[in-house]
Design a binder for this molecule. Structure first.
Ligand code: B12
Ligand code: SF4
Ligand code: SF4
Length: 387
């Protein structure tokens, strides 16, 4: 046993990380990432394309990098009742916390200091990342045996199920690698679904059929991408399939049988914001810039901006038949943001039907100048026109 490395592992666990594993950084062929990009499955995330070479070659991120420390933070809330049953909008579980990019940072700084002390290094000998860095976090986590990459693309832990945030520290230190879950699993993608067996629940239950092949998520169809990363109009053919998902999506995580091992988070590095899940749809549709700023301050949700959240809320209202919110949706057809107006118009047509919507929105339509909104009205004319 490498005592220095085990001392480091102990210190990192004491900082609040729930799992700590080590992997050797090696050249990878990166076929999975290359094919994904070539097929355009990254949608408008051009930054994935720009950073691809760095993701594939850790030497471009930290020259001389030899190892990577993988850190998992369990965020399972222990909430057993699925949000679906509450009748309220559904939030991705990870979003019901203060932004983890921020709350994990102090612990990552301390983790770096621990590496410096244990190995007698300087700050230039390592780099840490959580989510936003050019690192294939799930792949290296699988290599280190933190879990395996499931058919849903997630890094699934045998101890925590699908509910781990991942962080990675690249370092020039040569560390002893932890074994992957199966020693045969040392490839670069070919081990996807290693412990899935015949199960395909995640692929079968994805509301938008966004998982065309095991481990491959087509962001263009993924509700998580559409409701969080997409800053523009959500494709019409996907809107109805989004259901009540107001921000992100956990369907392919929730259905996974490996979650039977999930344990409630210790929340050492996380700050719960459970109150967000209690917000009624009406309140969301009434959000002002001030109320948006105060309700979502310090969360990852604020990055979708007010217009993005109102856009999503209009879709949820239409999909859940929220006639009690109808007055608010009609009001949003006159909102200052064309993005909001586009989706509000869609929601009014969905809820009221073409004939009533035409009457209700006649004035709004007559004064509309934005091409997207005008196109939304025209689309309803087109599909209602006699053939
Ligand atoms: C872009 C991105 C997205 C995109 C694209 C998702 C996707 N599947 O690629 C969108 C916006 C859709 C998204 C959604 C979500 N995301 Co996201 N996302 C990322 C990000 C920034 C990059 C992922 C990436 O590189 N994708 C490209 C594909 C090709 O790579 P991949 O997913 O890693 O899968 C390949 C490798 O794992 C490879 N592989 C397998 N074995 C091995 C072994 C080795 C050694 C190597 C190198 C590679 C390798 O094979 C896989 C298939 O090709 C990562 C953070 C990061 N820096 O990695 C977070 C990350 C993957 N997301 C995360 C989360 C939580 C989510 C959501 C659950 C959020 C939500 N609730 O709405 C959903 C889940 C959707 C899903 N089923 O994947 C977590 C996942 C944690 C975990 N336990 O897996 C991450 C790691 C962020 C974090 N630091 O915690 N995400
Ligand atoms: S996050 Fe939702 S939409 Fe995306 S792949 Fe999973 S189930 Fe499908
Ligand atoms: S739901 Fe089934 S197929 Fe999907 S990741 Fe979990 S075990 Fe694998």
């Amino acid at each position: 046993m490498n005592t220095r490395q085990e001392a480091l592992r102990t210190q990192l666990l004491e900082l609040g990380f729930d799992d700590v594993r080590f992997a050797k950084l090696e050249a990878i062929n990166g076929t999975g990432l290359r094919n994904w990009l070539a097929a355009g499955m990254h949608a408008d995330m051009q930054w994935m394309e720009r950073t691809a070479e760095k993701r594939l070659d850790p030497q471009l991120v930290l020259p001389g990098a030899k190892s990577v420390v993988l850190l998992g933070v369990n965020y399972w809330s222990g909430m057993v009742e699925p949000q679906e049953r509450t009748g309220r909008p559904i939030w991705a579980r990870y979003s019901l916390y203060s932004d983890y990019h921020d709350t994990l940072k102090p612990a990552l700084i301390k983790a770096g200091q621990a590496i410096e002390t244990v190995y007698g290094l300087g700050g230039a000998d390592y780099r840490y990342y959580v989510d936003t860095g050019p690192v294939v976090e799930r792949g290296w986590a699988a290599r280190a045996g933190l879990g395996f990459v499931g058919k849903n693309g997630m890094l699934i832990s045998r101890r925590f199920g699908n509910w781990l945030f991942l962080a990675a520290i690249l370092t020039t230190v040569e560390m002893e690698p932890d074994p992957p879950l199966k020693m045969s699993a040392i490839g670069d993608g070919e081990e996807v679904g290693l412990l899935c067996g015949k199960c395909s629940r995640c692929m079968d239950s994805c509301p938008t059929q966004a998982i065309p092949r095991p481990g491959v998520v087509d962001a263009r169809r993924c509700i998580s991408y559409q409701t969080i990363e997409n800053k523009g109009v959500i494709p019409r053919e996907l809107r109805a399939k989004i259901g009540a998902h107001i921000y992100g999506c956990d369907v392919c995580l929730e259905v996974c049988p490996w979650n039977r091992f999930a344990q409630a988070s210790r929340r050492v590095l996380l700050v719960a914001r459970d109150e967000i899940a209690q917000l009624p749809l009406r309140e969301l549709l009434e959000l002002t810039p001030e109320r948006f700023a105060s309700a979502f301050r310090g969360t990852a949700i604020k990055r979708v901006k007010l217009a993005g959240l109102l856009r999503n809320a209009c879709i949820v209202a239409a999909n859940t038949g929220a006639v009690d919110c109808f007055d608010l949706i009609v009001r949003l057809t006159g909102h200052g943001s064309a993005l909001v107006r586009t989706h509000a118009v869609w929601a009014v047509f969905m809820l009221a039907g073409k004939a009533s919507a035409d009457v209700l929105l006649a004035v709004a339509r007559a004064t509309e100048t934005d091409t997207h909104v005008i196109e939304e009205y025209a689309w309803w004319d087109q599909i209602s026109a006699p053939t």
